[in-house]
Ligand binder design. Structure first.
Ligand code: GLN
Length: 250
């Protein structure tokens, strides 16, 4: 069911999350510890997005192949440093295509976005919601997947002026109304703030006052990792984080 992570803090090589920890994202691509909801490995592509130092729009490296089989990424990940990173490995939901454009992170307007989960009854359950989007957003969806539509829904709310936490929470609520039982762990960052939703899937966070690391599952056995409760929303910056019930962002 995919695994994703987001880091905000002092710059470090991308390998610090992708390869170096005992339960790095690479390890999670072939031996995840928590795959509730189906799937055994995350072999249907991956992506890493990072904000370059000292400034600039996010850069992505994505592939439709397993992270562990990529021979270019280890070198790239040791040479590339960033203080704001969002990365994901994908286990495609049945019927959804295994293509690079379906691999998170999705990126627009200086945001990086990922979805861990599934929209139940896809696509029929959410056709009415999709119809609320500008036609241009629909015809330019990067892939015919639930995750790509979720990003279009969140992005539309951001473009309409909603703060990121409200944009994410409102999207989760709307999709749950249309498609009950969906698993909707969303993760987005503009490089300064990260917002994550927890809707029927695992999420953990580790913060130390200088940095914050949010991940579907802990990258190591550090007791500082805390699980985020279901149906909650996490808003994080490098100097602090808030965990609130999803309903607080109505
Ligand atoms: N349903 C999404 C996709 O197929 C996300 C998959 C997941 O979380 N396993 O792209």
């Amino acid at each position: 069911m995919c695994r994703h992570l987001c880091y905000l803090g002092p710059p470090a090589p991308l390998a610090a999350w992708l390869f170096d920890p005992p339960y790095s994202l690479s390890r999670q691509s072939w031996a995840p510890r928590d795959m509730r909801g189906g799937g055994t490995i995350n072999a249907d592509g991956f992506g890493v997005g990072w904000f370059p130092e000292p400034a600039g729009a996010p850069v992505r490296y994505r592939r439709a192949t397993p992270l562990w089989s990529d021979t270019t990424l280890p070198e790239l990940a040791r040479a590339t440093r960033s203080g704001a990173v969002l990365a994901a490995v994908r286990s495609a939901t049945t019927t959804m295509p295994v293509v690079e454009t379906a691999a998170a992170p999705f990126a627009d307007d200086g945001w990086l976005f990922s979805h861990n989960g599934v929209v139940r009854g896809w696509p029929d359950s959410v056709l009415a919601l999709a119809a609320e989007l500008p036609t241009r957003d629909l015809v330019t969806l990067p892939a015919p997947t639930d995750s790509a539509l979720l990003w279009a829904l969140v992005r539309h709310r951001l473009r309409s002026g909603a703060p990121p936490a409200a944009a994410a929470a409102d999207t989760v609520r709307a999709v749950l109304r249309a498609a009950p039982g969906s698993r909707l762990n969303l993760l987005l960052t503009d490089g300064r703030t990260a917002v994550a939703t927890v809707a029927d899937h695992a999420l953990s966070v580790r913060a130390d006052g200088r940095s914050v690391l949010i991940a579907s599952e802990p990258l190591d056995d550090d007791p500082a990792w805390k699980p985020v409760p279901d149906n909650h929303l996490l808003i994080a910056t490098t100097d602090g984080l808030r965990v609130e019930p999803m309903g607080a962002h109505a």
